[in-house]
Design a protein around this ligand. Structure first.
Ligand SMILES: [Zn+2]
Length: 265
């Protein structure tokens, strides 16, 4: 999987670079996307997303009832793995910024109309000046290991909401007032009853469902038998490298954490 920072030649900017040679328009239809090299309608609101190499990328807020792709639009989950990781992240950014615009037309404090700020990406209330920035919810995802060498095992769990019998790393949102290491330890203990230490950051991935940033970690088991939280976890077990169950697809950060572990010896 590509997670090389140099591969992501996408730069989130406020205005298009002057050398933009091409434009790409990511039409956001509901929460689906339809990508074209020209806008279906100039009058629809456009959010500039940034530059992908020399290509200026735009997210277009398609009004309800319009269908510029004649049914060809795809949701982000369906697009996952069909385009490069960078293209997918740009499409996710389009959906998130368009949805942010749709839900911040009025001030959350006084209810008056907002307007986009000139110099930064924010909606500003025209009455009380409250600013609303794009939403981003940090979430941790962790591969927990136990033991050493060939006998080492990883803890993988089947989420209660997984439609297929797939086993993945543990994930959850960061709480206000908590650091990332604390979030890892808390989520692991809440979901499977296991105490961990030696939490180490590995890599991150935007996860636009609806506006998460996944921060990937490894951690080591310290104590405790697996006791699943019945609401979130259907099943969880320790697996050796050569006994893995069905695991998440390539390009997901969960898969990267698992692959790093499998191939590190
Ligand atoms: Zn206000």
């Amino acid at each position: 999987m590509e997670m090389n920072p140099h591969e992501s030649a996408f730069r989130p900017l406020m205005t298009p670079a002057e050398h933009a040679l091409e434009h790409r328009f990511i039409h956001v239809v509901g929460s689906k996307v339809f990508i074209d090299n020209q806008p279906a309608e100039e009058r629809w609101h456009q959010h500039f997303l940034g530059m992908h190499g020399d290509v200026a990328c735009w997210g277009i807020d398609v009004p309800d009832g319009e269908d510029p792709g004649y049914g060809a639009e795809m949701d982000l989950r369906a697009l996952f793995g069909r385009v490069s990781e960078t293209e997918w992240a740009v499409a996710g950014r389009a959906v998130q910024l368009v949805e942010w615009g749709r839900t911040h037309r009025f001030c959350g404090r006084c209810g008056e109309q907002t307007k986009l700020a000139d110099t930064e990406r924010a909606y500003v209330c025209q009455a009380c000046t409250l600013m609303a920035f794009p939403r981003l919810a940090p979430a941790i995802i962790t591969l927990v290991t136990r033991g050493e060498g060939d006998a080492q095992e990883a803890l993988l769990a089947r989420g209660a909401n997984f439609p297929v019998p797939m086993y993945s790393t543990l994930a959850g949102f960061v709480e206000a007032g908590e650091n990332l290491e604390q979030a890892v330890a808390r989520e692991v203990e809440e979901e499977v009853g296991v105490v961990v230490s030696n939490v180490r950051y590995v890599a991150s991935q935007p996860w636009p469902f609806p506006h998460s940033l996944m921060l990937g970690f490894t951690a080591q088991w310290v104590s405790g038998d697996i006791v699943c939280d019945p609401v979130e976890i259907m099943d969880a077990n320790w697996y050796k490298r050569d006994e893995l169950p069905m695991i998440p697809p390539a390009m997901s950060i969960a898969r990267r954490l698992i692959d790093d572990w499998v191939y590190q010896r």
